[in-house]
Design a protein around this ligand. Structure first.
Ligand code: BG6
Length: 524
């Protein structure tokens, strides 16, 4: 891990903006290590992800003084482009992605670090050219042979890239490290994910492989472990004795946008549940690791996946509901049905919404349901985890109160307005017995927050795999979901969809899923 320069930010920056009853500490420093020099080789450099996320994130990290003096980016894809054309395209992309952070003078320096070489992904000769091209650049930028190879490509070309990296010598040991970043989707079921793991492990060690799940890098997702294990007041309550149930919601207002080609082969269960929702679930449910270290944390997450109760093949409807959006209004604007989106089959049976009930068969969670839901074109954009505590065991105010006392709820807001909210009962001033639910609300300030891509890129440069998914975790989640997805796909009929209106909170069956247990979803 590089320690050439330290960027020290006073916690004043970080606690500014804390509101509510909780005040943030203003003592101490938050240190961020500056990584060692590196080369970032991007496959898929003409694609959307490079333009929207990767290059803007590197640019912003440099603006924040979080990168070493020596680094460069070598973009590569099938498109023919010169270095200058690549720089111009990236300039437009960064300007569009970061209108407030863009500065022409900063760009001028940054642009010198950008290089480009076209490569056909199945063409070993082109990879050999790339291998020769990279060496003088590494010398010029003094990157000590440290390479990050970022696969920002569709999964269909991964196999040839990985094979050609080896055949051309690009993945062989250099004087520095080689880290490979793999974007999702990581396979489309258990078998394909396993095959991809086997292929990767033929050429790389696990410690070189960075499987992305950008949800893990969101600020309040990283905070889950700190919140759970750096406070002594919540952990004693974090179990079946005090928790009635947990809800995990990731709702989006956007539709499929321009991604029908991919989404039509995926659907919400592969796109959101196998990765983001199950990762959030594991962080909430896991046991405390002995040490805050990537593999110990990932061990505990895998144990959670192993303890998940498999979905019953018969009676699956009591556990899982799927849906697809019809037309409707989102933010007061008319939007079309999924089946009318460009590139979507007119009778598509791909689900854009799912809700499920999950149990964990272990001592801590026995009998506690976790309700997970996610969908596109819903009423609001929201990612949150809510912990619903059990009601008080005895209501001593029963003679004078008609209503039930609302149980305490702890809400971890992942986005927007990252923060934590705890609700509890107080007495209303004046009247003798009148309970009033109030909240303690902490909102993260926006002043110094790295976005998910900035965080993961930095971690990959630092060699920290905590926020990346390990092979066994990936396979375990697929092994749970694959039979479920196959069962649902075999039972689906064209006339079942669309079954929810865009801008609503999903299909009515999703409400029934939780209401049959006498509970209710938190409103979107
Ligand atoms: C991606 C999914 O992984 O996450 C998209 O492929 C989804 O379908 C996106 O829209 C949501 O991410 P975020 O960070 O915008 O909540």
């Amino acid at each position: 891990m590089g320690r050439t320069r330290k960027n020290t930010r006073n916690r004043d920056d970080i606690s500014a903006g804390v509101r509510g009853i909780i005040a943030g500490s203003t003592e101490g420093k938050c240190d961020i290590d500056i990584p060692d020099p590196f080369c970032l080789l991007i496959f898929g450099a003409s694609g959307d992800l490079t333009k929207r996320k990767i290059i803007p994130s590197i640019f912003r990290l440099e603006r924040l003084n979080l990168l070493p003096r020596n680094f460069f980016i070598l973009g590569s894809s099938r498109s023919e482009m010169t270095d200058d054309e690549f720089r111009d395209t990236m300039r437009d992309a960064v300007q569009a992605a970061l209108p407030d952070d863009f500065s022409a003078s900063a760009w001028k320096t940054f642009a010198k670090r950008l290089h480009y070489l076209p490569v056909g992904y199945t063409d070993v000769k082109a990879f050999k050219r790339l291998s020769r091209h990279i060496l003088p650049l590494e010398k010029e930028h003094r990157t000590n042979g440290n390479r990050i190879i970022y696969m920002a490509t569709p999964p269909t070309v991964l196999e040839s890239i990985i094979q050609n990296l080896d055949d051309s010598g690009l993945s062989k040991k250099t004087t520095g490290y080689t880290h490979v970043v793999i974007e999702k989707p990581f396979g489309r079921d258990y078998d394909t994910a396993r095959k991809l793991n086997i292929l990767l492990k033929t050429f790389f060690e696990e410690k070189q492989i960075y499987r992305m799940d950008h949800y893990l890098a969101k600020e309040n997702v990283q905070n889950i472990l700190m919140f759970r294990f750096a406070n002594s007041i919540f952990e004693p309550l974090w179990n079946r004795r005090y928790i009635d149930h947990v809800q995990i919601t990731v709702s989006e207002t956007i539709g499929v946008e321009h991604r029908a080609g991919y989404y039509e082969t995926a659907g919400v269960l592969r796109d959101m549940f196998q990765n983001h929702l199950l990762q959030l679930f594991a962080l909430i449910a896991m046991e405390p690791p002995s040490i805050f270290e990537a593999d110990r944390v990932r061990d505990e997450k895998v144990k959670v996946f192993r303890s998940m109760r498999p979905f019953p093949v018969d009676g699956i409807d009591d556990f899982v509901v799927t849906g697809q959006y019809g037309e409707g209004k989102v933010h007061k604007k008319n939007v079309v049905a999924y089946r009318d989106e460009p590139g979507v089959a007119p009778k598509s049976v791909i689900p854009t919404f799912a809700a499920m009930k999950v149990y964990i068969d272990n001592w801590r969670w026995n009998g506690v349901p976790f309700y997970l839901r996610s969908g596109k074109r819903l009423a609001s954009r929201k990612a949150e985890i809510s912990i619903h505590f059990r009601p008080v065991p005895h209501i001593m105010f029963s003679q004078s109160m008609e209503e039930e006392i609302e149980p305490n709820t702890l809400v971890l807001r992942v986005q927007p307005d990252e923060g934590i909210k705890l609700s509890f009962q107080t007495k209303n001033p004046g009247s003798k017995i009148c309970l009033n639910p109030v909240v303690m609300d902490f909102t993260y300030p926006k002043v110094f927050m790295l976005n998910a891509y900035e965080r993961v890129l930095l971690d990959c440069m630092q060699g920290d795999q905590m926020l990346f998914v390990r092979a066994d975790g990936m396979e375990q989640t697929w092994s749970l979901l694959t039979p479920l997805i196959e069962k649902l796909e075999s039972a689906i009929k064209t006339d079942m969809f669309p079954n929810y209106v865009s801008g609503s909170s999903g299909p009515p069956e999703a409400d029934a899923l939780i209401e049959q247990d006498g509970r209710r979803w938190r409103p979107l």
